[in-house]
Write a protein that binds this ligand. Structure first.
Ligand code: PRP
Length: 210
């Protein structure tokens, strides 16, 4: 798989966001009242996800197979892009399974209780847990404890990390972007069910949040 020269490590997103040269991301009129600005452009997401796919492929090289466990709902677009790249451009074979984790319940801060719902039997040993964002880390901790209880070997890939203090024992193997502590949406992430379909990562206006 082609390795891109830049984006080789976790990318730190500056306060004003990141875009590719020549890209001019702007908020569509229909979302102008809700969204403050674009934090990560479509092009930057694409480039970074391509690089993550090759990092993951390197880590699972020996076993030649990866069982992707996608955390719904927020991880849906990230996982879909990542898994297709892994399958299309690397030697790894993939399986896909889903698990739903909810903690926000339409609010802008976590409730403190994380509910998990499996979508089927988790097959295989070499699991790649794919999550959209780590905020307090409560959700990821619950997911990792769940996999440890089942005795599974796993690695964790997260698109966005707010860099807040994490629960002891939490281990993240691959991180897409380190972002500022803002409420973000788009590319699968929502606020009260909205904005998941936006192709970039955006910052939701503070006055909208409850
Ligand atoms: C969000 C997000 C992560 C979690 C991160 O899920 O998708 O799973 O919160 O927060 P934490 O690190 O503080 O636990 P949410 O509960 O909003 O469910 P969703 O993915 O269905 O939107």
């Amino acid at each position: 798989m082609k390795i891109l020269n830049n984006f080789t490590r976790t990318v730190n997103v500056p306060e004003q966001g990141i875009k590719l040269e020549g890209e001019e991301p702007s908020i569509r009129d229909k979302y102008k009242d809700d969204i403050e600005r674009v934090l990560i452009s479509k092009g930057c997401l694409k480039k970074r996800v391509e690089h993550l796919a090759s990092e993951v492929a390197g880590a699972f090289e020996k076993v030649r197979e990866v069982n992707c466990l996608v955390v719904l709902k927020g991880g849906m677009f990230f996982a879909s892009d990542l898994i297709r790249l892994i399958d299309d451009e690397t030697e790894l074979r993939t399986r896909i399974d889903f698990i739903q984790a909810s903690s926000y319940y339409n609010k802008s801060t976590p409730s403190g209780s994380v509910k998990l719902k499996e979508s089927g039997l988790l097959k295989g040993e070499n699991i790649l847990l794919i999550e959209d964002i780590v905020d307090t880390g409560g959700t990821l901790k619950k997911l990792q404890d769940y996999l440890k209880e089942k005795g599974k070997f796993f690695k964790t890939c997260v698109l966005l990390d707010k860099g807040l203090p994490k629960s002891p024992g939490l281990k993240i193997d691959f991180i897409g972007f380190n972002i500022p502590n803002e409420f973000v949406a788009g590319y699968g992430l929502d606020y009260a069910g909205m904005y998941r379909g936006m192709p970039e990562i955006v910052i939701v206006k503070k006055e909208l949040l409850k």
